[in-house]
Design a protein around this ligand. Structure first.
Ligand code: ADP
Length: 306
């Protein structure tokens, strides 16, 4: 018995065993061996706890394999995610380029044609002025476009200073003057808070412009409401337009994202407005969300801490 134990130990096996003449309930039983000198005497060794022993022996191999499998799966998942992101970016880039080309091409052709006409023909004073006005108007449009893209990039670099004291009454008044067709309601006349007046006004202006430009109703109804909700100021823009599908509600705040409409560009835009609004709101430590309006349309709610 002792010799067999030592022989096993030398081979690195420390499993409990019993030398036996007949086989009984063991996990593993060796072949019969004849140890008799004069007569045949057969003996076999029975081992218990073989599975646990084997598992113990293989634990490093098994955990190594599992780790490798995990690493491979993570790499696989990461590759798929990157590919999908790449595809999304590609579609967004294509949409943006197609929109942009469209937007730049129209004023640019108009400027070229008008300038060419001015050069070729000698018009009277009145006509010349009209043509120059066209060039100026289209030039301003192009400059506005580049300005819009640059403002976003600049804001990312320099951030937004929040040191104006904003009075809700004044803000409501200014927006009312800028957007005659919007119904402005304010329930927080004496509220004053710190922020960036210019950017906040632009951001609300963007929401109002969207509410008006995407509206396909015979009688567009756009309401801007200011109200105080639990130490927060709520700025709500609601419209009775086409509304935004649930699947698009998150995406519309991404830069350059526009709700796909096939290849029809009936409403102009570059997908920059809402991403700008979100940046401004976040700079004020606020939040923005969009929901459906009843019976149709959207409700954009900005919440800013007071
Ligand atoms: P742009 O208007 O320049 O395309 P925005 O970032 O302002 O870019 O808007 C992103 C998208 O969200 C728009 O393309 C439009 O499809 C959708 N959207 C925004 N506001 C409204 C609204 N009030 N009603 C319906 N759709 C809207």
């Amino acid at each position: 018995n002792e010799q067999y134990r030592l022989a096993l130990k030398r081979r690195g096996v420390t499993l409990p065993f019993r030398l036996n003449k007949n086989s009984s309930n063991y996990d593993y039983i060796t072949k019969k061996v004849n140890f008799g000198i004069k007569h045949e005497q057969w003996m076999r060794a029975g081992f218990l706890g073989l599975n646990t022993y084997l598992l113990g022996e293989l634990k490093w191999v098994l955990s190594g394999t599992l780790l490798l499998l995990l690493i491979t799966l993570t790499c696989f998942w990461y590759t798929i995610k990157t590919l999908l992101n790449q595809q999304k970016l590609n579609t967004m880039k294509d949409d943006f380029i197609s929109n942009m080309t469209h937007e730049i091409h129209t004023p640019l052709s108009s400027i070229l044609v008008t300038a060419d006409a001015l050069k070729r023909f000698s018009y009277d004073e009145q006509h010349r002025n009209d043509y120059i006005d066209i060039i100026l108007h289209q030039g301003k449009k192009l400059s506005g476009l580049t300005e819009e893209i640059l403002t976003g990039a600049r804001m990312e670099r320099t951030g937004i200073a929040l040191d104006d004291l904003i009075n809700i009454s004044d803000l409501a008044q200014k927006l009312k003057a800028g957007y005659h067709s919007v119904d402005v309601q304010q329930d927080a006349p004496s509220v004053v808070f710190k922020g960036n007046a210019m950017h906040l006004e632009n951001a609300i202006g963007n929401l109002l412009e969207n509410a008006l430009k995407y509206n396909n109703q015979f009688q567009p109804l756009v309401i801007l409401t200011f109200e105080v909700r639990k130490r927060k100021i709520a700025i709500i823009v609601s419209d009775n337009g086409p509304g935004i599908p649930d699947t698009e509600k998150e995406k519309i705040f991404d830069q350059f994202y526009r709700v796909p409409t096939g290849n029809i560009h009936d409403v102009k835009g570059y997908g920059l407005g809402l991403s700008y609004v979100k940046k401004v709101v976040e700079a004020h430590n606020g939040s923005i969300a969009v929901a459906d309006n009843e019976p149709s349309g959207s409700v954009f709610t900005i919440l800013l801490p007071l």
